[in-house]
Ligand binder design. Structure first.
Ligand code: SF4
Ligand code: SF4
Length: 261
């Protein structure tokens, strides 16, 4: 199917040299990400035993092909394709408030330890090398040599075939007879009365999403959950000069919602 350097795939889909360069950039970014995370954790790529794939990749992608081209750490013994984890977690939260607080705790820990690729020197070094490999013809053994020279976790070619565990067949599970409803207004608030609040409104002003309002008569805070970034943000908690804004005191309040089908 190779004609004028174009690979003709099914259904009129074509793959040309430009696509190859773009794919290389994307694969290089993913592998540079793996190198960066291993570097931050102080481990080698060969220490990773299981790779988890989520989202569309965790449902429909051919895991072994992805492994062969470098999208998955080269030496893993197992790849688990776990499907649409956002939906799975959303379902768990809906069914258990305890699970919500458990996840909130995990999120607080992640906020303190997560790696920002855009600010990370290891990512910059690894990605520049990956770009040279995928776009400028740098040989693989030179890429390995430079990673070692820069004291970054090194990579290698795939030497064995990992076991693949596929936990789902569809990314959206069976929806039942009623199908999928889209809520145009979620209608849920988090609310609490803050004892000792001096109504300075610092917590309200600092919210980047205008998710938070305050009723001055009784110092009641209302947070729109569809606008709030939650654990990812926490600006309102840190803005209070008297440390009165306690997330764990919030209660869930349901408002009337409208629904579209
Ligand atoms: S956590 Fe952030 S987005 Fe949510 S209410 Fe507080 S400041 Fe606003
Ligand atoms: S920042 Fe603290 S004191 Fe100020 S309004 Fe918010 S909760 Fe009250």
């Amino acid at each position: 199917n190779l004609k004028n350097s174009i690979i003709q795939l099914q259904d009129g889909i074509k793959f040309n040299e430009h696509d190859l360069v773009e794919a290389g950039r994307a694969i290089g970014a993913i592998r540079a990400g793996h190198i960066t995370l291993c570097n931050a954790a102080g481990i080698g790529m060969e220490d990773i035993q299981t790779a988890y794939m989520s989202g569309a990749a965790g449902t429909y992608m051919d895991a072994l092909k992805a492994h062969n081209i470098g999208m998955i750490p080269y030496d893993v013994g197992q790849i688990s394709q776990i499907g649409n984890t956002s939906l799975i977690v959303a379902r768990e939260i809906l069914l258990s408030e305890d699970r919500l607080w458990e996840l909130q705790k995990i999120a607080e820990e992640i906020v303190g330890t997560h790696v920002m690729f855009a600010m990370d020197d290891a990512f910059k070094e690894a990605y520049i090398l990956e770009l040279s490999y995928w776009g400028e013809g740098m040989p693989f053994k030179v890429l390995k040599k430079y990673l070692k020279k820069k004291k970054l976790p090194t990579i290698d070619v795939v030497k064995s075939v990992p076991a693949v565990e596929k936990r789902v067949v569809k990314d959206i599970p069976v929806l039942g007879e009623e199908g999928l409803h889209v809520l145009d207004k979620v209608g849920t608030y988090l609310t609490m009365i803050i004892e000792g609040c001096e109504a300075c409104h610092k917590c309200v002003k600092v919210c980047p999403n205008d998710a938070l309002t305050m009723e001055d008569e009784d110092n009641r805070v209302m947070i729109r959950t569809d606008l709030c970034d939650g654990a990812h943000c926490q600006k309102c908690i840190h803005a209070c000069p008297h440390d009165l804004f306690k997330w764990e005191n919030l209660d869930i309040m349901m408002q009337e919602s409208s629904m579209e089908q």
